[in-house]
Ligand binder design. Structure first.
Ligand code: FAD
Length: 415
């Protein structure tokens, strides 16, 4: 996604220059967000393509870059071919964390279009499905798959032929990313639509297969079950009310930035490739943007890495413009959108689970809600749920007019 945006950024400044996109996926650039949302509820797969080639870039798919030589200004592709560059953008994104165990290779570690297609194939056959991880991917897929099976579509099995289990070590979904009441509302919603929730359990190993995968789980640290298990000297065991066998296991365990090209080339890496406000590394010819980049965020102070769509689009565009010689400064207030079934969530800033929360929670998971997130008395973000389309007004307020509006003032913007 970032590479596509960068091509557009370059072309907005330079109509002539040669642009080459190298990707190790078998496809040209596409949008990932629909893979866990709209594609399950009727959106057409054809709409995910970003048509990068139409903007005047050459795209080579199935092409893995193995190393870069900054002195020679070349990258080396698997197989040995070397390709020269004048400016280089590292938009290598992130790779999903993986489960362990003898059958871990049969788990779908959900990230790509191939993963979506593999899961769709399995879901069409019905059966028992485990989603491991209570982050955005696990929750979004749980909401989408349960809708799919309830949609009376001939493509997918009816609800009685499909069981969906969401297994996560935290006590609430999204707890690792967010403070505040939204996780509680989300859990209530998912349960009400028929997703079986298993909070407080971590999957330690995947065995069995190929017909049935078996999950070894252990109680997450800090839960009463963990204390009992450690007293008994027995951590890894099947949980009594969780099925031992699953037809399909999907993991959404978070991602790690793909920094190895940068690291091996001697560029600064600190939980991401370190860049300045023009998305440039210490090498003036090499840029990084999107999920892989760690960049300054003036609103919050310090360097941050963001793994979300708007950042991919905006940082990619800005990096492209910088590569083409324009003076730019990327100073975003990060924004994230997520959808779980009918619920929507928008996040401004980068709230962390330990931040304080001032919230106006709704009575039901489907009601409109708002939370003001604070760290050491200073606003770090705003959460808005079930009121899509208003976040940008709040962002303008935070950036341009008043960096510290009260909860009541924020509510007025939503009304
Ligand atoms: C299922 C799903 C749903 C999502 N939904 C949302 C959402 O609702 N809202 C939101 O804000 N964000 C969402 N995101 C996050 C968003 O998609 C990412 O932030 C975005 O994809 C980042 O784009 P990127 O181009 O930086 O990285 P990526 O999309 O990871 O692209 C990096 C590309 O580089 C390739 N690559 C890496 N290393 C090499 C190499 N050495 N040689 C060649 N190619 C290489 C990779 O194969 C990949 O094609 C979602 C992500 C997923 C997976």
């Amino acid at each position: 996604m970032t590479a596509d945006a960068a091509v557009r950024g370059i072309r907005s400044v330079d109509e002539e220059g040669t642009i080459l996109v190298l990707t190790d996926e078998p496809h040209p650039p596409y949008d990932r967000p629909p893979l866990s949302k709209g594609l399950w509820t009727g959106d057409d797969e054809e709409r995910i393509w970003r048509e990068t080639g139409d903007v005047g870039a050459r795209i080579r798919t199935g092409c893995r870059v193995e190393s870069m030589d900054r002195e020679a200004r070349e990258v080396q592709i698997r197989g040995g071919e070397r390709v020269g560059y004048e400016r280089l953008l590292l938009a290598t994104g992130a790779r999903p964390r993986t489960l362990n165990g003898p059958a871990a290779d049969q788990v779908i570690h959900f990230r790509t279009l191939e993963d979506f297609r593999a899961l769709r194939h399995r879901v069409r056959q019905g059966g028992r499905l485990a989603l491991v991880g209570g982050g955005f991917i696990g929750c979004e897929l749980a909401g989408s798959l349960i809708r799919t099976s309830g949609a009376e579509s001939e493509e997918y099995p009816p609800p009685e032929e499909m069981e969906i289990h969401l297994i996560y070590p935290e006590s609430l979904p999204l707890e690792r990313s967010l403070p505040g009441p939204f996780g509680e509302l989300l859990a209530r919603h998912l349960e009400s639509v028929g997703v079986a929730l298993h909070p407080g359990w971590a999957v330690s190993e995947v065995g069995g297969g190929p017909e049935q995968l078996e999950l070894q789980v252990e109680p997450a640290k800090g839960t009463p079950d963990a204390e009992t298990a450690s007293l008994a000297g027995d951590r890894s065991r099947p949980r009594p009310d969780m099925p031992a066998g699953f037809d399909t296991v999907v993991a959404g365990l978070g991602v790690d930035p793909r920094v190895e090209l940068a690291r091996e080339a001697g560029l600064e890496v600190d939980e991401g490739i370190v860049v300045d406000a023009s998305l440039r590394t210490a090498d003036p010819r090499v840029f990084a943007a999107g999920d892989v980049a760690r960049f300054p965020v003036p609103f919050l102070g310090g360097l941050h890495r963001v793994e979300h769509e708007e950042h991919a689009n905006e940082s990619g565009l800005t990096a492209g413009q910088a590569m083409a010689g324009q003076q730019v400064s990327y100073e975003p207030l990060p924004y994230v959108y997520s959808g779980v079934g009918p619920l929507t969530l928008e996040i401004l800033g980068l709230p962390s689970p330990d931040d304080q929360v001032e919230a106006a929670p709704p009575g039901s998971p489907e009601g409109v809600g708002l939370a003001r997130i604070l760290r050491e008395g200073r606003i770090t973000g705003v959460l808005i749920w079930n009121r899509p389309g208003r976040a940008h007004r709040i962002r303008r307020r935070l950036l341009d007019d008043d960096p510290d509006p009260t909860l009541d003032e924020l509510k007025q913007i939503l009304d």
